[in-house]
Design a protein. Structure first.
Lengths: 596, 298
């Protein structure tokens, strides 16, 4: 049974959806509630429609769910878009001076006469504060936590503004107590206190924990949040942050810094990544590690910049010409965004190759609660075989940067170390760095260098654990997802099991190395397999097939820009199981009911 | 042994690379390489404290022919890579070399932005007004009317003027040399290396194989050293622009412009004010700072 509570705020961009959203999130997290938040928005600075859903509960909340318990429309448009989807037991809190309910609803209507309550005050903030306070009263939250947060929020604007806000909040709080029906279940509490962060913040903090000392970027939604955190915390974290002229400059600058010895990172979205691909090959050829975050958004081309998709997998797999070892992993939730970054840096450093983190808007701009203890900055740091100071034992004079070794890894001397001068070239080169693309061209040497670099693939495969099945192995249906769909599939699996359809989940985190054999071994013993992907063509299904020849029984795909909701998956699974005697692969494309 | 060697004055031979240049006999780039080696030795800069970074092209092969740390990067990207190197370790001497196609064509965007940032490095463009390694096509500095394999009926486009472009973008050191004037060039390279900020030297470096217009003789007839004009004031930006625009019977070489009142990028970055270069800093962040990061989220 769903024991979560979801509040949604809808309005035009610039109307102040974010602030009440932040306040709800803080109040929930400070009560020891887990939460998951997703903001559906548009590429517009003022106007349009923004719809923020925050879902909280005692247990971990892995997605924004299917239902809204409390709707706060800040304008008529938001009321009209969402009232029809409101169920009985839900409530709608709105400014009755400017917004009318429109169509009939089973939900409780909670009109706030804002002009009267705010004594004709001018500010749109008053409408929001009134609605916020009224909502919290209906949820059974005391006034003090709200007062505390409003004080924090408005402190820098002076005590007068704080008092004004507290007064108006009190009015809204009391008005709701006198006029509206509280929710049947008051918002619970636990002894915990959680941190709330977005995937972008988690990625940036993961970089800080990994010891990243150079971060650069060109602004691109939905990855810009990484740049913002990095820039805001650069001085305290000791990270040099640069905004660069384009993504070509970004990756080249990052590789330059990495080559000189720091851990370097950059983030972008698909379009920016496309510009970086030549640089990715340079990282591989010079064997200078670099970590690139690609936050996917709906493509192709400019696409829908503020919408989510898992459409860049093949770009990552094929980025750069020629064959070279690479690492690609897709974090499965916001905490995993934090954890994956140091892990990726360790592997990129050890294997001296590019590492790609494949996130998406759902994670990067979504928010979730995290136990602060999980944000561990003492994580392992492994810089691999690096020479950072002169040591005669390292074979001065005879130093070969690209020495042929069994592992394919050659100790890497950074500039400034005496006795180890060499040239790192993007042209094919010999062990000592001398080009073998011109007068010294030599097929045997070329083959030896290719073999050397590609041997690293074996080490990479051994360094990453294969995925494991979550749930009962004998289930009737196995849902396979990758990256950010982890949470929504987990909830869909729980819902299916509750309905008596036994289901389990295989979530893929590492794309390269894939561990295809291990995956197929799991799927071979599954009764019915469905691949769930937030894209049109089933990019992961096609990839797994290309690597292993494995074909799933069915696919569920969504490419409308919005993430899956649990019921989309549950309903599609039921449809497919109902006609599973079909010989051909089944495809379901759920419709997103919410118009955002 | 190593210590004793370092006490000896360095010579150009200490900067001799693992292999000899494979440029065409007579290529202007030889003069640039030898001037650079000579100046580095004269200034007693140890090879391991220099990073020579290039893009792609004939002249971009230079890092392989000089004994320093070298990076032979992507076509047009050397300045971006070099900025990263300098930020990660600002104690290194960074020298960027490349050609006109590399620097002003495919790398044009990085050129103006690296200038704007005043990154403390020396950028020597070996400008031969042609694409050499791809066997003779029009470059961004090819003169109007010049016939090449890519413009067999003559170039209809106006060339870029690297000097005025650099000045307009805000370069703090702008010079032009000629590879057949090695003493003059060496002096410019020395000043460029000493300059704290972005130093740009556009060097006429004739391509004897593909450019039959801009030959050694053609340049010799025209070049005039700014240093020979005692009235010339290289701190006057407007005058520098005027001289920079001269092209024809008289083509000035020498130091057009220098200003020393602007901080370079690493000097402008408080993070690099004190302590070791980034590359040698502690990776872990102090626990009290980490606590602040997490408290912000609660």
């Amino acid at each position: 049974m769903d024991r979560t509570f979801a509040v949604a705020i809808g309005g035009a961009a610039g109307q102040g959806v974010a602030t009440p959203g932040d306040i709800f999130a803080k109040i929930f997290a400070r009560r020891g509630l887990h939460l998951n938040a997703y903001n559906a928005y548009q590429s517009i600075i003022r106007g349009g429609h923004t719809f923020l859903t925050i879902r909280a509960g005692i247990e971990e909340v892995t997605c924004f769910g299917d239902h809204i318990d409390l709707l706060i429309p800040l304008n008529q448009d938001s009321m009209d878009r969402h009232i029809g989807l409101m169920k009985a037991n839900a409530a709608v809190v709105y400014n009755s001076d400017t917004i009318k309910p429109g169509s009939l609803t089973q939900a409780q209507l909670c009109p706030l006469p804002v002009n009267q309550l705010s004594k004709g005050s001018r500010s749109k903030v008053e409408q929001n504060t009134l609605a916020l306070a009224a909502s919290l009263r209906m949820m059974g939250v005391d006034f003090e936590p709200l007062a505390e947060i409003l004080t924090e929020q408005f402190m820098r604007k002076g005590s007068k503004v704080v008092t004004e806000n507290l007064d108006i909040a009190r009015v809204g709080y009391d008005y709701a107590g006198a006029n509206f029906q509280p929710f049947a279940f008051p918002l619970p509490m636990s002894g915990m206190q959680y941190a709330v962060l977005s995937g972008n913040t988690a990625l940036a903090m993961g970089g800080a924990a990994a010891g990243v000392k150079f971060y650069c970027a060109y602004p691109m939604s939905p990855s810009t949040g990484v740049l913002h955190w990095m820039a805001a915390h650069a001085r305290s974290a000791g990270i040099l942050v640069r905004q660069v002229e384009d993504e070509i400059g970004v990756i080249n600058m990052a590789i330059g810094a990495a080559h000189a010895g720091v851990r370097a990172m950059c983030a972008t979205s698909g379009g920016g990544f496309a510009l970086m691909t030549e640089g990715l090959g340079m990282s591989a050829m010079m064997e200078t590690p670099v970590v690139v975050i690609d936050v996917q958004r709906a493509g192709p081309s400019t696409g829908v910049p503020t919408k989510t998709e898992q459409g860049d997998l093949w770009q990552m797999l094929g980025a750069g010409f020629g064959d070279f070892p690479r690492l690609i992993a897709a974090p499965t939730d916001i905490l995993d965004c934090f954890r994956l970054v140091p892990e990726m840096h360790n592997l990129a450093d050890r294997f001296q190759c590019p590492g790609i983190i494949l996130g998406d808007l759902l994670l990067s701009e979504g928010r979730s609660s995290v136990d602060p203890k999980q944000l561990n900055f003492d994580t392992e740091i492994d810089r691999g075989e690096m020479i950072v100071s002169a040591d005669p034992a390292n074979g001065e004079n005879g130093y070969k940067r690209y020495k042929i070794t069994e592992s394919g890894i050659s100790p890497r001397a950074i500039p400034g170390v005496p006795g180890h001068t060499h040239t790192a070239a993007t042209d094919e080169h010999d062990e000592d760095g001398v080009l073998i693309s011109d007068e010294f061209t030599n097929p045997a040497k070329r083959r030896a260098m290719m073999d050397k670099r590609q041997r690293k693939v074996l080490g990479i495969e051994a360094a990453v654990q294969p995925p494991v099945l979550i749930g009962t192995p004998t289930a009737e249906v196995t849902l396979v997802g990758w990256g950010s769909t982890s949470g929504v599939i987990r909830e869909a699996v729980a819902m299916l099991n509750e309905e008596g359809i036994s289901a389990n989940q295989l979530q893929i985190r590492w794309m390269v190395p894939l561990h295809g054999e291990a995956i197929v071994n799991i799927l071979k013993s599954s009764k019915y397999t469905i691949m769930v992907e937030n894209n049109y063509s089933g990019q992961f299904a096609r990839y797994l097939r290309s690597e292993t020849s494995y074909v799933p029984d069915g696919c569920i795909r969504k490419y409308d820009g919005e993430p899956f909701m649990p019921h989309h998956i549950v309903e599609a699974v039921k449809e497919q199981l109902a006609c599973k005697t079909h010989k051909t692969q089944q495809l379901s494309v759920p419709v997103h009911e919410i118009m955002v | 042994m190593a210590t004793v060697l370092q006490l000896q004055p360095l010579t150009a031979a200490d900067f001799k690379g693992k292999v000899d240049p494979d440029w065409c006999p007579g290529c202007g780039d030889f003069g640039v390489l030898s001037s650079l080696q000579k100046v580095l030795a004269e200034m007693n800069i140890l090879p391991h404290n220099v990073v020579t970074i290039s893009g792609i092209g004939c002249s971009s092969n230079l890092p392989g022919f000089i004994d320093t740390y070298g990076m032979h990067t992507l076509h047009g990207r050397a300045l971006a890579v070099a900025t990263g190197v300098k930020m990660a370790n600002h104690k290194l001497n960074v020298v960027v070399t490349g050609g006109d196609g590399d620097g002003f064509g495919i790398g044009g965007n990085h050129f103006i932005h690296t200038i704007r940032r005043n990154v403390d490095l020396l950028y020597v463009a070996m400008d031969n007004q042609i694409y050499g390694l791809t066997t003779g096509q029009t470059s961004p500095t090819s003169r109007k009317g010049m016939k090449t394999k890519s413009m067999p009926y003559g170039n209809v486009e106006e060339p870029i003027n690297p000097i005025t472009l650099a000045l307009a973008a805000g370069a703090t050191f702008v010079a032009r040399g000629f590879s057949a004037e090695p003493k003059h060039l060496a002096n410019l390279i020395k000043q460029g290396l000493e300059h704290k900020g972005f130093s740009f030297i556009d060097v006429f470096s004739p391509c004897v194989t593909y450019n039959h217009d801009n030959t050694y003789a053609w340049f010799r007839e025209r070049i005039k050293k700014l240093e020979d004009d005692v009235s010339y004031d290289s701190s006057d930006w407007h005058e520098a622009m005027k001289r920079g625009l001269l092209w024809g019977d008289e083509i000035p070489i020498g130091k057009f412009f220098q200003r020393t009142d602007l901080p370079s990028l690493h000097e402008a970055e408080p993070l690099l004010d004190q302590g070791e270069p980034l590359a040698h800093r502690e990776l872990r962040i102090a626990p009290e700072i980490v606590r602040n990061f997490i408290t912000e989220l609660m």
